[in-house]
Design a binder for this molecule. Structure first.
Ligand SMILES: [Zn+2]
Length: 88
């Protein structure tokens, strides 16, 4: 459980990850307050984006702790490698 390098880093990326396409880049933060995804063009207040990402991370953790196969399957999304690792 100690080897979670990407999981640790994800915490600091909450305000840099696009909630639409999951693209994570410092370039997404145009200013301190404004988030504009360089990949898909999604834009929002940076605090809103951070809140969405924190919430999703929390939901992913909840899903991982669920005993039901359906909930566990949802946290094994192949598009989100960091989540799969944090679930292991
Ligand atoms: Zn995007």
């Amino acid at each position: 459980m100690e080897r979670r390098p990407s999981g640790v880093r994800a915490t600091t990326n909450t305000s840099r990850k696009c909630p639409e396409c999951q693209h994570t880049s410092a370039e997404n933060r145009k200013t301190q307050a404004k988030f504009v995804c360089v990949e898909c063009g999604f834009s929002a207040h940076a605090d809103f984006v951070a809140a969405v990402n924190v919430k999703e991370a929390g939901l992913a953790l909840l899903a991982c702790s669920q005993p039901s196969p359906e909930a566990r399957a949802s946290c094994q999304e192949p598009t989100e490698a960091t989540r799969v690792q944090s679930c292991a």
